[in-house]
Design a binder for this molecule. Structure first.
Ligand code: LLP
Length: 415
């Protein structure tokens, strides 16, 4: 991303010209950013010690997955759809880990039929699995009793979380696996997402390892994802080198005491794809009230729900007027709900962006993760196209939906 003569450029092409060519709104991904984020992760968590399972729930566009496949990533899959997509892209089944939650047995059967390892998050499911697949290898998800994350919806450990087998119930997991001749080959945990305080990750790691030592047949321990990215102008990058060193050091010590070398796994999603993406939209309206100037754009929480769902902050710029004098505005979407305001409520509710006019291109930044993957067709609006840019080259990696796509399943239309 760079600025030249007042315009925002992505992959060497101005955001305005991308909208002109591919229509508005539009998700744009910069390949160089994606690759360099993955390589940074891999340098801090090298492949001889750590498998990096990209959490494809963050963004499952197959063209992006295929780039990561070539880079040597593994996959964290959450549904049969994820598993199918990863296999289609060319990931070896053993490089995928299926971690569902409240999964139907058929989803587990599907993974097993494709030789994709499964990771189970409840005693009930372990029992069901043991009956269906006795004598096989399986891993379990543990709730270490603590969680962390950028919002209460995003904390996945601790007593309020639906995920995993609570750590005081692990003896039961061992009993169930003995009963069915299962080999418990892995311990998995993911305490939450958008974690800025790396101390929480280390603390959870210690708790997980404390549980792991009771399982004699382990091949891996998986510490999940959660690595945050800078969203606000004032945020700093995580010190990934330091975190990587600390986590690997702890893991080596654990392996020494355990008596065998195990593989460490992590599952970053946001860290890898978040900063690579921008959502571009066009200014369609400007409305003033006694307290605010609203800049209306042609996208909404149907395409990017994070600000509405979690009050998440995303940097917003006028990509057509990067150097123009700034005005204080609220940026609102085109969904028929008053909460559809990207700049939110409270102290962050106003942003300063280059004096917006109808037709300008607005860019909402750091939207590569949990952007289009969480989108909906609310208000009967099409999902935007996705494009991949690099060195002034553009590839359309998902076409824009049309009305036919929106109505295809209704019997009224012959669906
Ligand atoms: N592993 C597991 C088991 C997960 O559930 C998740 C995310 C990850 C890994 C990847 O976490 P990450 O490295 O991306 O933080 N919609 C929310 C995020 C929900 C994440 C769900 N699980 C958001 O937009 O912030």
């Amino acid at each position: 991303m760079e600025v030249s003569e007042g315009l925002l450029y992505l992959g060497g092409i101005s955001a305005d010209s991308l909208l002109e060519r591919f229509g508005s709104p539009l998700y744009v991904y910069e390949e160089d950013v994606l690759i360099s984020r993955f390589r940074k992760m891999r340098n801090c968590f090298p492949p001889d010690e750590v498998d990096i399972h990209y959490a494809m729930k963050a963004n499952y566009n197959p063209s992006l997955l295929s780039l990561l496949c070539r880079e040597g990533a593994c996959i964290d899959a959450v549904s049969s759809g994820d598993v199918r997509m990863a296999l289609e892209v060319g990931f070896d089944p053993h490089r995928i880990l299926f971690t569902g939650n409240n999964s139907r047995l058929e989803e587990i059967e599907f993974s097993m039929s494709k030789k994709v390892p499964v990771n189970l998050g409840s005693l009930e499911l372990l029992e069901l699995y043991g009956n269906r697949f006795p004598g096989t290898s399986v891993s379990i998800r543990v709730n270490p009793g603590m969680g962390a994350g950028h919002h209460s919806h995003c904390i996945t450990g601790g007593p309020d979380s639906k995920f995993g087998i609570y750590r005081d119930r692990l003896a039961d997991a061992l009993k169930i696996s003995e009963k069915h001749g299962l080999k418990l080959s892995g311990i998995h945990s993911h305490i939450g997402t958008g974690i800025r305080k790396t101390e929480a990750m280390i603390e959870a790691m210690d708790l997980i390892l404390d549980s792991a030592k009771h399982f004699p047949e382990l091949e891996f321990v998986d510490f999940g994802g959660g690595f945050d990215i800078p969203y606000r102008e004032s945020d700093e990058e995580l010190d990934l080198e330091e975190l990587g060193q600390r986590m690997r050091q702890r893991f080596r010590e654990f392996c020494k005491n355990y008596g065998r070398d195990l593989k460490m796994k992590i599952e970053p999603g946001r860290y890898i794809i978040g900063p690579a993406g921008a959502l571009l939209a066009t200014v369609t309206n400007i409305t003033e009230t006694p307290s605010k100037k609203f800049v209306g754009i042609d996208t909404g929480f149907n395409h990017l729900i994070r600000p509405m769902m979690y009050g998440s902050y995303h940097r917003i710029v006028n990509a057509s007027k990067m150097d123009a004098p700034k005005e204080s505005v609220a940026v609102a979407g085109n969904i028929c709900e008053s909460g559809d305001v990207f700049t939110g409520k409270g102290p962050d509710a106003i942003r300063k962006i280059g004096g917006p006019k109808i037709g300008d291109c607005i860019a909402i930044l750091d939207t590569g993760a949990y952007g289009l993957s969480m989108a909906s067709q609310y208000n009967l609006r099409e999902l935007p196209a996705e494009i991949l840019v690099k060195n002034k080259n553009v590839e359309m990696i998902r076409r824009r939906q049309d009305f036919g796509d929106l109505v295809v399943n209704f019997n009224w239309f012959g669906g």
